[in-house]
Design a protein around this ligand. Structure first.
Ligand SMILES: NC(=O)c1ccc[n+]([C@@H]2O[C@H](COP(=O)([O-])OP(=O)(O)OC[C@H]3O[C@@H](n4cnc5c(N)ncnc54)[C@H](OP(=O)(O)O)[C@@H]3O)[C@@H](O)[C@H]2O)c1
Length: 257
């Protein structure tokens, strides 16, 4: 397990007030990391921080709106002030526009989803790179939370899937250009994972057909992401950059038809 240890490392997670981000904070803390949780809903962040610290972890919460440049700069600066250089930045904050086609979305849907899922990941990665370049340590690690919608073509997820496909390309380019700063960048691309948000769709009357399209015949659970997350966050992935780890029960390998 030492291979995947995060002892002595500081990890900053965006969108940590619910869902994956809140879960990731616990997994990272259990692996020994000091964890910085950021999101807009500070009541949820504070409760999660309290539970992590009560369990023996070292966590802090910082208010963050990833669509606001000043808020992003403040988040990274405060994280560094609290826990020293951020060793791993996880761009997890994400939103969707509901079940809409390209013909249904409007300008606001486009801006809201692209600004949060894509532009903010670039913005935070750029700010983080500037901090790493100035640091003594001279290395960093970025993990972007993508989605299998980046690869599979589905109806009714227009701005979301476009943002995630672009996030995968952004990850590859950051890996290529970030290597000179000692920065690695990889992406995690979950498939259908049961969360409070996805449960509404995945447990609807369409559930049977969704499950049948997954070779492993089940949805993913939060815990299915733990191993891949720790691999990317730890030195176990020291020679990995520009990779995308798909965690989808084989969904992307499903037969056409
Ligand atoms: N659930 C799935 O099956 C699935 C599959 C593939 C990929 N993903 C990706 O996983 C990530 C997490 O999603 P989730 O399923 O865990 O959904 P979720 O529970 O709705 O979490 C989304 C998080 O993003 C934060 N967020 C949204 N806008 C923000 C902003 N402007 N500034 C800061 N934080 C913001 C939210 O916090 P606040 O509202 O408190 O700010 C919340 O903590 C997303 O990138 C999503 O696309 C999810």
């Amino acid at each position: 397990m030492d291979l995947f240890s995060l002892k002595g490392k500081t990890v900053a997670v965006t969108g940590a007030s619910s869902g994956f981000g809140s879960h990731f904070a616990g997994v990272l803390s259990d692996a020994g990391a000091r964890v910085v949780l950021g999101a807009r809903r500070m009541d949820k962040i504070s409760a999660r921080v309290e539970s992590l610290n009560a369990a023996g972890g070292e966590a802090v919460g910082i208010e963050l709106d990833v669509t606001a440049p000043d808020s992003c700069a403040g988040f990274l600066a405060e994280a560094e002030k609290q826990f020293g250089q951020v060793d791993v930045l996880i761009n997890n904050a994400g939103v969707e526009a509901g079940a809409k086609t390209y013909a249904m979305i409007d300008e606001d849907d486009w801006d809201h989803v692209l600004d949060t899922n894509l532009k903010a990941a670039w913005r935070l990665s750029k700010m983080y790179t500037e901090a790493v370049a100035k640091s003594k340590q001279g290395s960093g690690n970025i993990i972007n939370i993508a989605s299998i919608t980046a690869f599979r073509t589905i109806k009714g997820q227009f701005p979301y899937a476009v943002s995630k496909a672009a996030l995968v390309k952004a990850t590859e380019i950051i890996a290529l250009e970030g290597a000179r700063y000692g920065i690695r960048a990889n992406a995690l691309a979950p498939g259908y994972i049961l969360t409070d948000v996805s449960r509404v769709l995945l447990e609807s009357e369409r559930s049977d057909s969704f499950v049948k399209s997954i070779p492993m015949r089940r949805y993913g659970e939060f815990e299915d992401l733990n191993g891949p997350l720790l691999l990317l966050a730890s030195d176990a992935s020291a020679y990995m950059t520009g990779s995308v780890i798909v965690v989808d029960g084989g969904h992307l390998c499903a037969e056409l038809g």
